[in-house]
Structures are given as structure tokens and as C-alpha cells.
Design a protein around this ligand. Structure first.
Ligand SMILES: [Zn+2]
Ligand SMILES: [Zn+2]
Length: 348
């Protein structure tokens, strides 16, 4: 099969022929119909993820058709339309037993712990635990956007953030996850303040339902701007970018007893990020993490997508073939971009 491969971190990836994957006993091989290009792929390529061994094929936001099925898989057959969360769970650990597959103790992540979906086929583990059926009404490009950013945003806003109608929600960072969060919070009846440095991202945030936007490139104190716009602070605030600055701004923009959800990853040299904990104590804030979303909790999200209440398809701004991926991957470093690029491996 054709795949996007890199041999060394940070050096150009290339498209070449590699052996077709085979399913594990508990796994499947999926013919990739669409797969999203994500900033996490860029981090992986740069060597920021210790799980990656070389040579490597990135890609973790995928949808496609089951091509081959392992002997112990009972719930899936060739021809099924599927997607997966980017955290694939083992199904057997205490977290999985508790229904918390998103924090599985033996998780695998396509495109990180093994070869991913920037390829014509991808192998996925523990299919009965991890696959999600894609309704006929959804295109593969739309379904691909669910697995990472949209499902991640849904868990952050709805499951962890417990958004309620009428609340103020601040979203710091309006890339793929942030714009998804804006749309999801607005659909839940919340009033959303979107914060970003990019005018394009803020325009999209407005289009997706933000009541107010804060241009972080021209605002000294974005937390204060959020507090002023919301009459004292947001009830729920997300750092959807993942940086010490946006994390602190999110916490500092909350009202009393507000909830901060850290959904952007926070890579740092020593693994720690300063958080304004004095404010967390004084205002009785809740500080929550959010990590992907378990496959079995997808149905309410899929219902909202199917009914048109949520429109992840609007986030998709371009489609490219495999040959364009090495350059697009490299470009993510300098220009994160506001829209979502979907890769269609079988298009030339
Ligand atoms: Zn992603
Ligand atoms: Zn597990």
C-alpha cells in the first residue's frame, strides 16, 4: 500500500509503498477513506511524542471501511463503515471496566503507538471495544473529523464541562478543537466568548455561534476581557490550544465556582505547567482534564450530527491526496490554520 513515512524526526516525510497491514486477532484493518491532518501529527513528526518509533506513519483521525477482520472480533464485518476515537482502549483494564476507555491503562493510538492512517490501510486494535459505526448520512470526511477534535471537544464541553443552557463559555484557542467546542457549546444554548490571535479563526468562531470574540493579538489581558464580556467571568472555560499562557488565561477568566477544562495538550520540557492555583482555591474553581472520548459514548454526539444540530462538516476546509501530505505536515508548524484539512488516500 501507499503510505506517508518518515525515517527521522523533523526530516521530510515521503510517500512510498510499504507492506499492507494485517489485523491482530482482536483487531481489524480499515481501508482509509478520509483522515484528518492535526497538529498532534506535527508534534509527533517533530519528536515530541515518546510513543513513536521510527520509521513511522502518522495519522489518527480516520474513517473508512472494514477490509479485514481478526479471528476473535465478533461485532464487525468487512464492508462496515467505521471510525474510531484516537485513544483505542484495551477493553480489559480497570478503567475500561468502569466505562472510561478514554483513559485506558493499555491504550493504543494509531499514528503514535503504531502506524496510523496517512495510508491506504490502517490496523486498529480491539475492534469490538473501539470501532464506532458511521451512519450512512455522514460522509467519511465528516466522520474523520469526529475521532479527534470534534469528539474531544464534545467530551470537554458536554461530558467533562457539563455545559448548561444560558451559561457563559470561554474558548481559548480556536483551531480544530476550539472551533468544535464553540459550535457544541452554542448548540447547547450557552453564550460563547471565543479567544484567538487569528482574525480568520475568530471569523469562523462567530460563524459557528460565538456571541463575542477576543482578539488575543491586540488584547493585553484576555482573561480580563472575558470577565468583562461575561459580567464577572465564564461559568465554563476551555484551554483548547494547550499553552501556559492560554491555560492561565482560561483559569483567570472564570467566575466563582467556574470550571476549567484543559483539553489542549501541554507538552513542556519538564512535564509541568504553572496553573493559578491561588485563584482556584479562593474561587472554588474546578480544574478538569479531558482526553478523547470513549467509543461507547458516541451515540448522543452522532444523533446531534445526524440531525444537523452539530455540523462538523463545516470545519472541513480542504481535501488533499497522500502526495500533498509531507508538505502540508511541515506547514502545520508555521501556520496552524483555522480550518480542517482532510486527506483522502485514494484520491490522486
Ligand atoms: Zn488529532
Ligand atoms: Zn483498558
Amino acid at each position: 500500500m501507499r503510505a506517508v513515512v518518515f525515517e527521522r524526526f523533523g526530516e521530510p516525510a515521503e510517500v512510498r509503498d510499504v507492506p499492507d497491514p494485517r489485523p491482530a486477532e482482536h483487531g481489524v484493518v480499515v481501508r482509509v477513506e478520509a483522515t484528518g491532518l492535526c497538529r498532534s501529527d506535527w508534534h509527533g513528526w517533530q519528536g515530541h511524542d515518546p510513543d513513536i518509533t521510527l520509521p513511522h506513519v502518522p495519522g489518527h483521525e480516520l474513517a473508512g471501511v472494514v477490509e479485514a477482520v481478526g479471528a476473535r472480533v465478533t461485532g464487525w464485518r468487512p464492508g462496515d463503515r467505521v471510525t474510531v476515537p484516537f485513544v483505542c482502549a484495551c477493553g480489559g483494564c480497570p478503567s475500561c471496566a468502569a466505562g472510561d476507555q478514554q483513559v485506558c491503562e493499555r491504550q493504543t493510538q494509531p499514528g503514535f503507538t503504531h502506524w496510523g492512517s496517512f495510508a491506504e490501510y490502517v490496523a486498529l486494535d480491539h475492534a469490538d471495544v473501539n470501532l464506532v459505526a458511521v451512519p450512512e448520512e455522514l460522509t467519511f470526511a465528516t466522520a474523520a473529523s469526529l475521532g479527534c477534535r470534534f469528539a474531544t471537544a464534545f467530551r470537554a464541553v458536554v461530558q467533562q464541562g457539563r455545559v448548561a443552557a444560558g451559561e457563559w463559555v470561554a474558548v481559548h484557542g480556536c483551531g480544530g478543537v476550539g472551533l468544535s467546542a464553540v459550535m457544541i457549546a452554542a448548540a447547547a444554548g450557552a453564550r460563547v466568548v471565543a479567544v484567538d490571535v487569528s482574525p480568520t479563526a475568530l471569523d469562523l468562531a462567530r460563524k459557528f455561534g460565538a456571541a463575542h470574540v477576543v482578539d488575543a493579538a491586540h488584547t493585553d489581558d484576555t482573561a480580563r476581557a472575558v470577565r468583562e464580556l461575561t459580567g464577572g467571568g465564564a461559568h465554563l472555560s476551555l484551554d483548547a490550544l494547550g499553552s501556559p499562557v492560554t491555560c492561565a488565561a482560561s483559569v483567570n477568566g472564570l467566575r466563582r465556582r467556574g470550571r476549567h477544562v484543559q483539553v489542549g495538550l501541554l507538552p513542556s520540557a519538564d512535564g509541568t505547567t504553572p496553573v493559578p492555583m491561588a485563584r482556584a482555591v479562593a474561587l472554588e474553581l474546578e480544574l478538569l482534564g479531558s482526553h478523547g472520548m470513549a467509543a461507547h459514548t458516541y451515540p448522543p454526539l452522532l444523533d446531534l450530527v445526524r440531525s444537523g444540530t452539530l455540523r462538523p462538516d463545516l470545519l472541513v476546509t480542504s481535501a488533499i491526496g497522500l502526495d500533498a501530505v509531507p508538505q502540508a505536515l511541515a506547514a502545520l508548524g508555521s501556520a496552524p490554520g483555522a480550518g480542517v484539512t482532510v486527506i483522502e488516500p485514494w484520491s490522486r
